[in-house]
Ligand binder design. Structure first.
Ligand SMILES: NC(=O)c1ccc[n+]([C@@H]2O[C@H](COP(=O)([O-])OP(=O)(O)OC[C@H]3O[C@@H](n4cnc5c(N)ncnc54)[C@H](OP(=O)(O)O)[C@@H]3O)[C@@H](O)[C@H]2O)c1
Length: 439
């Protein structure tokens, strides 16, 4: 790794650029889309107004290895500008620091010469199957490219002031994330190099045998659709609410009901069947939640229940999932005040629809990105012969709420996110990929 191109200029891209520049031999460039996006243009202007200096700060002292002021070699305003420099700057690594639904479009915008010379492509926030889409897209251009999927982004990074998007803050870091490579070797030279690079900033990357293994180790794939694609949440996201309500609270303060938990288990089960068909070990959802996301007090569950979760009867699994969400309504490790009140951990508000710089109505990332991710998972299910009635119901419900809203509210201008899409281009690539691979 030495010449790296990062696609995207959001907070994730800035944090990753910092990580890559911690090794001296790495030259890092970034590329945005100022012609079509005011947000990208703001980043480009802020970067040039501040001596081309980028900055990452951290909220907690323990993450200080991730913080610093730094320079990249070049920021391209647009993908079309990449044409000018390709002979001088050959990239061996492309980092897709954009949302998974943009991978196809980003690669389409890349000059062929850039794609031909790549050795590695890194997917930072993929869905199950994203590496198939990317690898298939490169067939005929660069068959030898190694695609490495992360299970998810390493933490939480945000822009704190819209006027200075070149300065970002990392507020949380995961204990570890998983990575998997299309070489199907967890000790490929590149994977080992990546692990060493992230060790520089105290982030642990656990290497797995295949990209699908990493892509499926992301709990948001299993819990976001039921949490966000129910009538309660979709109503709040689209129409607001009279009093504040919260994503992780029990009904009526939030969406969590017995039925939501039932849907969560069914979704997890359908994804598990798809993974089994693809020879990928399934994920123990309860264990993942407790050991990798947020711990609960040891009094809440027995180790046995956590370990055996996958073997328990459906109703017992639902009971345990409900108990898990109840146990983290408050932060069970916070210090209660003199009235016995613990930190209100579950008070996470819903992000609502909003108008972008161009005055167009936008959907928040949750559930728009979840809609894309779940659509791709459903498609993989269909191709490997797994029925997915729960996934179908979640997606239909999402689509119905959006179409009704658009029908009633003719006063708004809508971004393309409000057109119900089936992501045919990505589905086509997955089709081709799976046709060529026998399972
Ligand atoms: N931030 C976090 O803490 C966090 C945590 C977990 C997961 N993630 C995931 O990581 C990904 C990146 O996150 P982020 O916070 O950096 O988001 P972001 O600010 O939305 O950045 C995404 C970047 O991709 C660009 N992009 C989107 N669609 C594109 C297209 N069709 N063509 C070219 N460029 C396109 C965006 O351009 P514009 O700037 O012009 O929109 C932006 O530069 C997301 O999928 C997010 O869900 C982020």
């Amino acid at each position: 790794m030495s010449n790296i191109l990062i696609a995207g200029t959001g907070p994730v891209a800035v944090q990753l650029a910092y990580i890559f520049t911690t090794e001296q031999q790495n030259q890092v460039d970034m590329v945005g889309r100022t012609k079509s996006s005011k947000k990208s243009k703001r980043f480009y202007q802020a970067y040039h107004q501040h001596q081309q200096q980028l900055e990452v700060t951290v909220q907690n002292e323990q993450h200080k290895a991730l913080a610093g002021q730094f320079k990249i070699r070049q920021l391209y305003a647009n993908y079309s500008d990449l044409n000018q420099n390709t002979s001088k700057h050959r990239y061996d690594t492309l980092v897709l620091a954009c949302n998974a639904n943009a991978y196809t479009s980003v690669i389409q915008q890349m000059p062929q010469t850039v794609l031909e010379n790549l050795h590695h492509i890194i997917l930072i926030s993929p869905t199950i199957g994203s590496h198939m889409i990317v690898q298939q897209q490169l067939t005929g251009i660069n068959a030898d490219v190694e695609v490495v999927s992360f299970s998810t982004y390493i933490g939480d990074t945000r822009v704190t002031n819209e006027v200075t998007p070149h300065q970002v803050m990392t507020t949380g870091v995961k204990k570890h994330v998983y990575i998997g490579s299309t070489t199907n070797k967890k000790d490929s030279d590149f994977m080992v190099m990546m692990q060493r690079l992230f060790e520089n900033v105290d982030v642990c990357l656990i290497a797995l045998d295949a990209p699908l293994m990493a892509e499926s180790r992301n709990s948001s794939l299993y819990v976001h659709p039921p949490l966000f694609m129910n009538d309660f949440s979709l109503n709040v996201i689209l129409n607001g609410s009279d009093v504040p309500v919260y994503v992780y609270k029990l009904f009526p303060e939030g969406p969590i009901t017995m039925n939501l938990i039932h849907e969560m288990r069914l979704l997890w089960q359908e994804i598990t069947l798809i993974l089994e068909k693809l020879n990928v070990p399934s994920l123990n959802l309860l264990e993942f939640m407790v050991k990798e996301n947020y711990p609960v007090r040891k009094e809440t569950f027995s180790e046995q229940e956590i370990k055996n979760f996958q073997k328990l009867p459906a109703i017992h699994q639902e009971y345990l999932l409900y108990v898990r969400y109840s146990a983290i309504l408050i932060d069970p490790f916070s210090k209660p005040d003199s009235n016995g009140k613990y930190f209100d951990f579950s008070a996470v508000p819903f992000k609502q629809i909003y108008q972008n710089d161009q005055g167009m109505l936008q959907m928040p990332r949750m559930p728009y990105e979840d809609y894309y991710r779940t659509t791709i998972i459903r498609q993989i299910g269909a191709l490997v012969g797994i029925e997915t009635p729960m996934i179908d119901r979640l997606l239909q419900r999402y689509a119905l709420h959006i179409s009704k809203f658009v029908e009633v509210h003719t006063e708004f201008e809508y971004s393309e996110q409000f057109q119900i899409k089936h992501f045919e281009a990505d589905v086509y690539l997955i089709n081709n990929y799976l046709k060529n691979v026998s399972h």
